[in-house]
Design a protein around this ligand. Structure first.
Ligand SMILES: [Zn+2]
Length: 480
């Protein structure tokens, strides 16, 4: 296909079919003849330079215009722009394309005078993530031209209280890659809480103000969690958690791990890291142990937080998504009576789990995917497609919670059971090095990665993420 370029190379090309149209102006034809050379196809969607409003068409008489703003409202984008026909007082027809598909068509209001610009606005519903939004102008003489494109990232609706966001002090990533809650101070002289609950000063650290999602890989260091089939839960939890974080980052949604390597992290510190980031979702990711009762379906367990209906709704959606993800595979499943989305309380009526009890302002959930103590399920957990399916089901569930009012399926129950493993406290806790080296990854973890046959991203012990959204800009859209 031959493309035609025009003087001022940053303008999109005209489709070949438009050459068959009648050009009423001799000058326009002369411009085209003078500039009949080929340009790369990519130039068709070249964005116009910011600040130049409106973009000038390729020839006299062509309709001109551009997108002036793209604003996100959670599950929709509001696109505003201007367009004008330089030699009439007529409305200009336009199409809005999202990711190459026409999602809206319309016409500007009649302009106030000959050749004047008129503003238009369209709301389009889109899925979460990054989108390419383009403006295409239509004119009877010149057919259709894509004149302007932008990249837009939707922001999920904020579900955490503004007062919680206002209080959040952020976290620091130390030189060795450990995540620590900020207590005070300033960059270059930060007071932080170490994993084991001591106070430390950091002179060199990456600061993260906020994350929309906090993923907490359960256990770590001397606390292995469930074991079975040659796997330790702490390592499986970290592998899946890193994949979940990466998937959110790929969507343009900020996400942060509480634990980035194989070290002890008491639950009080995990909850403090989450509270300091004021996320919409605080998800503690685990794999299960102990059940022996045979079951016809996976025994996925999700625990939600007392007195937070949105935590319960998230748990019920995650139960549906994660249980369906597991059920794609076959195993000799086991379960307990608390399969499903459940609320587990102490005798005093408070949440049993510290993840919930220590972060009362957050919608927190604990996910227990397959049973590592069941060798049939542990074998499954070594397969990369199972790791992928689990991570994707968590992302899908959280997005569904954000963008729908679905209630999900609980199947679980409310029960009182104060029994505890006795782990997760500050006793006998040894802090990892904060300012030198990098938090180590265990041999077990390497085995999990090897089993994943290179499909899981390489571990990044010194994780320093830039939040996708600055506090002040949230919630909205970043557009470029
Ligand atoms: Zn666990």
């Amino acid at each position: 296909m031959t493309h035609f370029a025009y003087p001022g190379a940053d303008y999109p090309v005209m489709a070949p079919s438009t050459l068959s149209g009648v050009f009423p102006r001799v000058l326009a034809i002369m411009v085209i003849l003078a500039a009949a050379f080929t340009v790369p196809a990519a130039a068709q969607e070249a964005p116009s330079a910011p600040g130049l409003a409106p973009a000038i068409g390729p020839w006299i008489g062509a309709p001109r215009g551009q997108i002036t703003d793209v604003a996100g409202n959670g599950d929709s984008l509001t696109i505003t722009g201007v367009a004008r026909d330089p030699d009439s007082a007529q409305a200009v027809r336009y199409d809005i394309l999202v990711n190459g598909l026409t999602v809206a068509s319309g016409a500007t209001p009649r302009p106030s005078g000959f050749g004047r610009a008129a503003e238009f606005s369209e709301d389009v519903v889109v899925s979460a993530g990054k989108h390419t939004v383009c403006l295409r102008l239509t004119d009877g003489r010149f057919d259709k031209r894509t004149v302007n494109c932008r990249t837009a990232v939707t922001a999920p609706p904020v579900r955490v209280a503004q007062s919680t966001i206002d209080k959040a002090k952020g976290v620091a990533i130390t030189r060795s890659g450990v995540v620590v809650p900020i207590l005070g101070g300033e960059p270059g002289n930060l007071r932080v809480q170490t994993p084991c609950g001591a106070e430390a000063t950091l002179t060199d650290a990456t600061i993260i103000d906020r994350a929309r999602v906090v993923i907490d890989p359960g256990h770590g260091g001397s606390e292995s969690g469930a074991v079975g089939g040659g796997l330790q839960e702490k390592n499986v939890n970290l592998v899946v958690s890193e994949l979940v974080v990466k998937k959110f980052e790929d969507l343009g949604i900020s996400a942060q791990l509480t634990r980035t390597g194989d070290y002890r992290l008491p639950i009080g510190t995990r909850a403090q890291i989450a509270t300091n980031l004021a996320p919409d979702v605080f998800l503690s990711l685990h794999h299960n142990g102990g059940a022996v009762r045979p079951s016809s379906r996976p025994g996925t367990e999700i625990f939600y937080s007392e007195a937070r209906p949105e935590s319960k709704r998230l748990a019920a959606i995650l139960y549906e998504e994660m249980n369906a993800a597991a059920a794609q595979f076959s195993a000799n499943w086991v379960s307990t009576v608390s399969e499903g989305a459940s609320l587990r309380l102490r005798e005093d009526g408070k949440d049993l789990y510290g993840v919930h009890r220590f972060s009362p302002e957050l919608d927190s959930v604990i996910t227990e995917f397959l049973y590592l103590s069941n060798s049939s399920e542990a074998q499954l957990m070594k397969r990369p497609e199972v790791i992928e399916a689990e991570a994707q089901s968590i992302v899908d569930g959280i997005l569904r919670w954000w963008f729908t009012e679905d209630s999900g399926t609980t199947r679980g129950r409310q029960f009182t059971d104060s029994s505890s493993t006795g782990t997760g406290g500050f006793d006998n806790c040894n802090d990892p090095a904060l300012n030198s080296g990098s938090v180590g990854l265990s041999v077990q973890r390497e085995q999990v990665l090897a089993a994943a046959a290179g499909k899981i991203p390489a571990p990044k012990p010194a994780r320093s993420l830039l939040p996708a959204f600055e506090l002040g800009a949230d919630p909205s859209v970043s557009s470029s």
